[in-house]
Design a binder for this molecule. Structure first.
Ligand code: SAM
Length: 512
C-alpha cells in the first residue's frame, strides 16, 4: 500500500531526481559556453543535485534559490548543500508550489547573469487527470487554450512545458540562460512557443540525453539550453547527439511561422512548397477493430473477438494497415474490413435489406460500436465509420504509413474485384490507373521529394508523417524539376478541377 502511494506521488509530481553525475555533466556543457552566473534558480529543485553541481562548477555564483513542493526533498537538498562547497552569498531552499510562487519577487532578488537550471516534473495533465491530481496551473491561459480545457483534458500538455514557457519568459531581456532537462518534444514546443511569441533568443541548443540510463524512462529526452537576448533574436537551434558531442547533428528552426526539422534542407527545397494537386486522404477510421476487422478462413470470417461469422461480401473489403504498407504491399491482404458506408454520414439502415447477415452482425455487436468515444460518431447513423468516400474505394492508391520512421511511398492495387481499403494509420492519394499510381509513387520517392519532406519531419514523434506534412509538396513543381511535367499534367488533366485538388473521388469526407 505504502509503495503504491509512493509511486502515485512520484507520478503526480513527475518526480525523477537527476543523478549528480548528470547534473555535473550538464554544468560542464554550460562551462564550455563560458557561462558565469552570479545567480542560480532551480524552480523545482527536488533533492538539490543541480544546485550542488552548479555551486561546485561555477565559483562565480553569489545567490542560489531552490524551490520544491516536496518538503522532504527540500530537507535533503538543504543537508546536501551544508555538506558541499559554501557559497559566498546567500542560499535559499524553500518548500513551495511552483504555481503559487511570486516569481516576480524571486527573480527581482537575483542579479544577472542568471542561470535558471533544473529538471521540471515529467507528467502530463492527462496523467494527472487519471490519478485525480491537481498539480496544475490555476485558471491560466495556456497557449490560447483555456486553462480549464487543459485541466479537464480536452487538450493535453506536459506540466514541464508550462513551467518551461514561464522560465523562458523570466529570462527575457536579461543577461540570463536557461538550462533544463525535458522531453525532446517538449523542448521543441517550448522553442516554438517562444519564437512564435517574438521572444528574443540569442542562442538555443538541444543535447540528447539517455533517459533510460539516468531516469529509467523510455522517452526521448534532452537538455534544452536557451540564452536570452536583449536586442535581436535568432530562430535556429543546434541539436547535438549527446552532452559530449563536439558538433551539432542538425539545426532545427522557425521559418515562415512553423517549426522546421532541418534548416539546411528546408532552404534547399523550400521552392517545392505549394498546392497539394492530389488530395491526401486518411484511411478509414472505425475505432473498433474487434468488430470491424476480420481474418478470412475457409469457413468464413474471424473477427477480433474470435468469432467465426458468415457475412455477405458486399460490405467487406480487403485491407492494409500501417505495417502492411511499411513491409511492402506486394503480399496478399490478410485482413478484411467491414465498411458499412460509402460516404460519411450515409444511412446504414439499408444494410438490413441489402445484406441481412451483415445487419444482424452489426446489431449483435452494437453495444461495442455504440460505446466508441470519438466525437466523429456523434449524431451520425448507427455503425458509422469515418474518413470514407469514393477515394477509399479507388483501385489504385499511393500510400504511406503515418507511424513508420521512413519516407517510403507504396503503390496499393486492387485485390480480385475489390479495392484494398486502408486503415486510419495510413495516408494516401487515389489514382485512376496503375501507370498513374507508379508514376506518382516514383515522384514521391525521388531524393528531392524525400529531402523536402524530411526538412519538416521530427522522427521521434509518435506519428511523424501527417497529412499536413504531405500536402505541403507541390508535385507539379517537383515534376518540373525532374523533367516529367508533361506526363504529370497528362494525369492531372483527367480530373475535373484541373491542377487544383482533383475531385474524381468524392469530397464528402473531411477526415484528412
Ligand atoms: C523531475 S523531478 C526533478 C527534481 C530536480 N529538479 C532534479 O533535477 O533532480 C521534478 C521535481 O518537481 C517537483 N515538483 C512537482 N510539482 C511541483 C510543483 N507544483 N511545485 C514545485 N515543485 C514541484 C517534484 O517534487 C520533483 O522534485
Amino acid at each position: 500500500m505504502a509503495v503504491r502511494k509512493k509511486s502515485k506521488r512520484k507520478a503526480e509530481f513527475g518526480d525523477f531526481q537527476t543523478p549528480i553525475e548528470l547534473a555535473r555533466n550538464v554544468c560542464s556543457v554550460l562551462l564550455q559556453h563560458d557561462i558565469e552566473p552570479v545567480s542560480i534558480l532551480e524552480p523545482t529543485c527536488g533533492k538539490g543535485n543541480f544546485i550542488v553541481a552548479a555551486l561546485e562548477l561555477f565559483p562565480s555564483v553569489r545567490n542560489a534559490v531552490g524551490i520544491d513542493i516536496n518538503s522532504e526533498h527540500v530537507r535533503v537538498a538543504r543537508s546536501s548543500l551544508e555538506k558541499s562547497a559554501p557559497v559566498a552569498g546567500s542560499t535559499q531552499i524553500v518548500s513551495k508550489d511552483f504555481f503559487a510562487v511570486d516569481w516576480h519577487d524571486v527573480l527581482g532578488s537575483l542579479p544577472d547573469p542568471l542561470l535558471v537550471i533544473g529538471n521540471p516534473p515529467w507528467v502530463t495533465n492527462a496523467e494527472l487527470g487519471r490519478i485525480g491530481s491537481c498539480n496544475l496551473p490555476d485558471k491560466s491561459n495556456f497557449q490560447n487554450r483555456r486553462g480549464i480545457d487543459a485541466i479537464t483534458g480536452k487538450s493535453n500538455f506536459d506540466i514541464s512545458e508550462w513551467m518551461l514557457n514561464k522560465a523562458i519568459e523570466w529570462i527575457g531581456g536579461r543577461e540570463a540562460t536557461l538550462a533544463m532537462l525535458c522531453k525532446t518534444a517538449v523542448a521543441r514546443k517550448v522553442l516554438h512557443h517562444a519564437w512564435k511569441n517574438g521572444q528574443l533568443l540569442k542562442k538555443s541548443e538541444i543535447y540528447h540525453i539517455e533517459a533510460s540510463r539516468y531516469f529509467d524512462a523510455a522517452v526521448d529526452a534532452c537538455l534544452l539550453v536557451v540564452t536570452a537576448s536583449a536586442s535581436d533574436g535568432n530562430f535556429d537551434c543546434q541539436v547535438y547527439g549527446g552532452l559530449k558531442a563536439a558538433s551539432p547533428n542538425v539545426t532545427i528552426g522557425y521559418r515562415q511561422g512553423r517549426l522546421v526539422a532541418n534548416v539546411t534542407r528546408f532552404e534547399h527545397c523550400r521552392h517545392l512548397e505549394g498546392k497539394d494537386r492530389y488530395k491526401w486522404r486518411s484511411g478509414i477510421k472505425h475505432d473498433c477493430a474487434k468488430v470491424m476487422e476480420f481474418r478470412k478462413e475457409i469457413d468464413g470470417y474471424r473477427n477480433g473477438c474470435g468469432e467465426l461469422v458468415d457475412l455477405e461480401e458486399e460490405y467487406l473489403y480487403p485491407m492494409f494497415k500501417s505495417s502492411d504498407i511499411a513491409n511492402g504491399c506486394d503480399q496478399q491482404p490478410t485482413r478484411w474490413m467491414l465498411v458499412p458506408q460509402r460516404i460519411v454520414g450515409e444511412n446504414t439502415h439499408q444494410i438490413r435489406r441489402s445484406a441481412p447477415k451483415t445487419w444482424q452482425y452489426l446489431q449483435m455487436h452494437a453495444e461495442l460500436l455504440d460505446r466508441r468515444a470519438s466525437s466523429v460518431y456523434r449524431n451520425r447513423p448507427r455503425f458509422s465509420v469515418f474518413g470514407v468516400g469514393d477515394y477509399s474505394f479507388a483501385y489504385w492508391k499511393v500510400a504511406i504509413s503515418g507511424f513508420y520512421k521512413k519516407l517510403d511511398f507504396k503503390v496499393v492495387g486492387s485485390y480480385g474485384e475489390k479495392a484494398v481499403v486502408l486503415d486510419d494509420t495510413c495516408y494516401f492519394v487515389a489514382c485512376k490507373t496503375r501507370e498513374e499510381a507508379f508514376f506518382i509513387a516514383e515522384l514521391l520517392n525521388s531524393d528531392i521529394a524525400k529531402d523536402f519532406f524530411s526538412a519538416f519531419v521530427f522522427w521521434d514523434e509518435k506519428r511523424p508523417i501527417t497529412v499536413r506534412l504531405l500536402k505541403r509538396l507541390d508535385i507539379l513543381v517537383l515534376a518540373r524539376e525532374l523533367d516529367v511535367e508533361e506526363t504529370l499534367r497528362g494525369y492531372l488533366d483527367q480530373y475535373p478541377q484541373k491542377y487544383d485538388q482533383p475531385l474524381l473521388f468524392s469530397e464528402s469526407s473531411s477526415s484528412s
